[in-house]
Design a protein around this ligand. Structure first.
Ligand code: SAM
Length: 374
């Protein structure tokens, strides 16, 4: 998450000040959160204060999902104090970890925490802050790290260095509290294309009709006659499954024909054994589509030519985390909410949300953004 531009923020802040009084909660946080949850309204609840102080007052196990991007260490330009300006990065990591321990207490046991965190150079050395924080959380606080997503920002920002590569990625870590947690993989699958019938034959979404495989089986010099008969039968069955929508697509691996996708060692790979014993195997595609992988290509907010672009933490970065790990009716929390991108994503996806920030100015911008986007 890059630094926000103070000029843009100030202009927005001035406009907000002219519009209406703000309605942030500055005390009795727990009571206000309770009232907000019962109201079921989707407009975010904004809590002004230090993240740790506020989190420590929230009821235990009351939050379904948290996602945040804390300030960079040593690069902050934000208003209102807060963390990021410690002279030693180790103090920054300690402060941040303290806050995440308080967050853990407030998070439900099946809850998820997604952390987008940027790195910093010091005397030419990349500090590795994201992983230092992740290891602190797993080793000292008992969080389980489920994924380390690489956010590929596609285009790098200004970089005048002449002795290293440009930096184009950041980490988004997915932490959980226990091995059993809420996860809706179907909510984030890409929609599969459907099979078609061409000239009376089933053709899968990616154009697999079985004709090529049949020819390969027929002409194979490495399959026995019995294996060929078995392979034809299995191929007909899988084509029938595609036609019936039981699977969306498949690939057939035939001994001596395709490049194998398994380890060659029959000791470690069931597929290698299948290929040895039967002469073929299938790769079946999930009928609900494929799951996203852990590299996401998402342009930073200010390069997507949207009007409201105060910070390059894009709304799109929050979509997969919320859809997969915040149940419908659950509540989203961002303890460093800044201009409220996580909260806007939550609202767009029909979830209630709570934002904490130490800066009144930023919370005013959240209100403005919410009003504008209604
Ligand atoms: C990187 S920004 C978050 C940007 C946000 N993702 C957005 O979409 O705008 C970090 C935010 O953390 C806030 N902050 C810093 N220290 C804090 C603390 N101790 N408690 C609460 N907020 C804090 C800053 O005011 C800033 O708004």
């Amino acid at each position: 998450m890059q630094n926000m531009k103070n000029t843009k923020v100030s202009a927005m802040h001035e406009r907000t000040m002219m519009r209406r009084p703000s309605s942030f909660v500055e005390e009795n946080y727990a009571r206000e959160v309770g009232a907000y949850r019962s109201s079921r309204r989707l407009m975010p609840l904004l809590l002004l204060g230090d993240a740790k102080v506020v989190l420590d007052q929230l009821p235990e196990s009351s939050i379904d999902f948290a996602m945040t991007s804390p300030p960079y260490w040593g690069k902050r330009e934000y208003e209102g104090g807060g963390i990021g300006l410690e002279s030693d990065y180790r103090d920054f990591i300690r402060h941040l970890s303290d806050i995440f321990l308080s967050l853990k207490r407030a998070l439900k046991s099946e809850g998820s925490f997604w952390l987008n965190i940027g790195d910093t150079y010091q005397e030419k050395g990349l500090l590795g802050i994201p992983w230092r924080v992740a290891i602190e959380l797993t080793d000292r606080q008992g969080w389980i790290l489920r994924n380390s997503v690489i956010w590929n920002k596609v285009k790098s920002g200004m970089d005048n260095t002449k002795d290293r590569l440009g930096n184009i990625h950041e980490h988004v870590f997915h932490f959980v509290k226990q091995t059993k947690y809420y996860y809706d993989a179907d909510a984030i699958r890409s929609k599969p294309r459907e099979a078609r019938i061409v000239n009376g034959a089933v053709v899968s979404a990616t154009g697999v009709s079985g004709v090529r495989y049949k020819r390969q089986i027929e002409l194979s010099t490495t399959l026995s006659e019995k294996e060929k008969r078995e392979a034809f039968k299995a191929l007909d069955q899988i084509l029938a499954d595609v036609g019936a929508g039981v699977i969306s697509d498949f690939r057939m691996i035939i001994r001596g024909q395709q490049r194998a996708t398994h380890s060659d060692s029959e000791k470690v790979s069931g597929r290698a054994k299948e290929l040895r014993d039967r002469g073929f195997y299938f790769l079946r595609y999930h009928p609900n589509g494929s799951k996203p992988a852990d590299v996401w290509d998402i342009m930073p907010e200010d390069t997507q030519s949207r009007e409201a672009h105060y910070a390059p933490y894009p709304v799109d970065l929050c979509r997969i985390p919320i859809l997969a790990t915040c149940p419908a009716g659950g509540v989203v929390l961002d303890p460093f909410c800044g201009t409220g991108t996580t909260l806007l994503a939550a609202r767009d996806l029909g979830r209630q949300s709570i934002g904490i920030d130490v800066s009144r100015q930023y919370l005013e911008i959240v209100e403005e953004r919410c009003a504008t986007l209604l």
